[in-house]
Design a protein around this ligand. Structure first.
Ligand code: HEM
Length: 521
């Protein structure tokens, strides 16, 4: 036995082999030596596993990684079990390294993989991605894991950190609202900021693998603030926008109702004017409202005399929000909201009275495109998890990937993910070169079809991932915890922003409308 300069004791494998009894039991995992003599009786997997023939005093690396995620070794209570390292060896296995790109094939989009090229992303995008990833790995990822467990909304400290760098503002896309702001400590100038920068933020958020938290992290603002930005009066914007973008107040989009989801004309929440014409009186209920439980502002779709009108409501008398228990976590703050004779100044009307459909439609494209960014990136988590698992898990004496059926599932998963990202990058490029109006006329169909395609791919891949992980994909802890979470939450992706069939139909109807009158077979 020797002690290195870093004070870690070094043992030869022969020395470790002597600690091979029930009362003196050591094991080796990736060159690290663990004394599990006392721990074995507390081990969640039982004491007996340590007494099997191939374990006491021996290298248990393969046995360990067939049953545990790397993160188990990082927990402080287990780190303490390490008594030293093997002489002349260094640990090689690692879990997630903060800020780094995954080296697992297809786990990152091509533009981030060394040796590959992209016509769309510049060096500035690359520097931006690196800075965002470092920040999110350090602050967002740990908060996401903790909040998924306790169900609380994302910590204010994370929201403040993002506000400091103007990330909430950047999530609204390029535009006038960025003017004069310092973005990511000056890494990108407001006039340089484009949809590819925004795509990077939307894609990095979902790497935390916590779907409810992802929405909790001000998803409501991404869809609820644009109507204020684009259609609010200058006075209203001057009050609300800085409060929301600085993370001091929260906003959500409140359109869907128990009896009307995608069908905005079926809404029953009504807004009627007071006799003096100065106020709206709003009554009704909204359902499935992301961030609603903690929102201060509600961008509300209302039935009015002239049709459908969008009005900004501030939390106050007559507004009540109740949490809805969803298939993902309460972190998202999904709410059932009731408005009981809520009095709102008419100055809070967003856009024209009766022009609500225009307000909503102009919001849909960007909103659905953000959803595509998230869905496309989230599918890579499945690839990353499944490739690692199929390599480290041995069944019938061989790694899982030795089964052709497993490889075939992986092939589909990779092909679908790459197809979705490529189409997304193409559409993003179009957005960078089109006015908002052009985007509305030329891209509504393609974005709807991409969203439909992306979530179908995601659902197929998640079903395949469950098959690959087996029983582990249905438990909320352990090896398959991210797969379990993904599979549980993915149907939601396929609904928000319009159900798959509705979007598919929208895309094809637009194509039919654009058919040249003289085209014949
Ligand atoms: C320092 C060494 C070890 C630590 C700290 C440890 C810790 C844990 C923990 C925390 C769990 C709960 C599940 C999870 O969070 O993933 C677990 C489960 C388990 N462990 Fe270990 N373990 C160690 C070594 C081993 C070894 C060497 C074996 C096998 C030879 C083993 C077999 C199991 C089994 C069978 C389960 C149950 C797995 C399941 O429910 O899917 N463990 N262990």
């Amino acid at each position: 036995m020797s002690t290195s300069s870093t004070n870690i004791k070094r043992f030869t494998r022969e020395e470790v082999a002597k600690h091979n009894t029930e009362n003196d039991l050591w094991i080796i995992i990736d060159s690290r030596v663990y004394d599990v003599t006392r721990f074995k009786n507390l081990h969640p997997g039982g004491a007996f596993v340590f007494l099997e023939e191939s374990i006491p005093g021996q290298d248990a690396t393969d046995a360990f990684f067939g049953l545990h995620r790397y993160e188990v070794l990082e927990r402080p209570q287990y780190k303490r079990l390490q008594v030293g390292l093997i002489e002349g060896e260094e640990p090689e296995i690692h879990g997630k390294i903060n800020g780094e790109l995954s080296k697992v094939p297809y786990a990152e989009p091509t533009w981030l993989v060394e040796g590959y090229h992209s016509p769309y992303f510049t060096d500035n995008h690359r520097r931006f991605q690196k800075a965002i990833r470092e920040l999110f790995d350090e602050y967002v990822y740990p908060d996401a894991q903790a909040r998924e467990l306790d169900g609380k909304r994302p910590s204010q400290s994370v929201i403040d950190k993002m506000a400091e760098l103007n990330i909430h503002a950047m999530r609204m896309g390029p535009g006038k609202h960025l003017k004069g702001l310092t973005l990511m400590n000056g890494l990108v100038k407001p006039e340089e900021y484009d949809y590819f920068h925004e795509l990077i933020i939307s894609q990095e958020v979902v790497r935390c693998g916590a779907r409810g938290y992802g929405d909790g992290l001000l998803g409501g603002c991404v869809i609820g603030l644009p109507p204020v930005l684009n259609f609010g009066s200058p006075e209203l914007k001057a009050k609300v926008v800085p409060e929301v973008l600085s993370g001091k107040k929260f906003i959500c989009l409140a359109i869907s109702e128990a009896h009307a989801g995608s069908d905005v004309f079926g809404l029953q929440t009504t807004a009627t004017k007071t006799e003096d014409g100065k106020y709206w009186i709003i009554t009704g209920a909204k359902k499935w409202i992301t961030n609603g439980t903690f929102a201060d502002y509600f961008t509300v779709g209302c039935k009015t005399e002239d049709g459908f009108t969008v009005i900004l409501v501030e939390r106050g008398e007559g507004v009540e929000t109740k949490p809805i228990k969803t298939s993902y976590s309460p972190t998202a703050g999904t709410a059932y909201i009731t408005f009981d004779n809520v009095k709102v100044p008419v100055e809070n009307t967003l856009g024209q009275e009766g022009g609500g459909i225009f307000v909503m439609l102009s919001n849909f494209n960007h909103e659905r495109w953000v959803m595509c960014c998230a869905s496309a990136r989230s599918q890579r988590l499945l690839i990353d998890e499944c490739l690692k698992w199929t390599c480290q898990r041995k069944a019938f004496g061989k790694p899982l990937h030795s089964q052709a059926v497993v490889r075939a599932k992986m092939a589909g998963m990779i092909a679908r993910t790459e197809a979705v990202q490529s189409w997304l990058e193409n559409i993003t490029h179009q957005m960078c070169h089109m006015s908002y109006k052009e985007q509305a006329s030329k891209l509504a169909g393609p974005i709807a079809l991409l969203k439909m395609f992306s979530t179908r791919c995601a659902q197929q891949s998640s079903t395949d991932a469950v098959q690959i992980f087996g029983g582990r994909a249905v438990t909320q802890s352990g090896m398959g915890r991210f797969i379990e979470h993904y599979h549980r939450a993915v149907p939601f992706d396929a609904l928000l922003g319009g159900a798959e069939d509705v979007l598919a139909d929208l895309g094809v109807r637009q194509a039919i409308r654009n058919m040249p009158k003289n085209a014949r077979l």
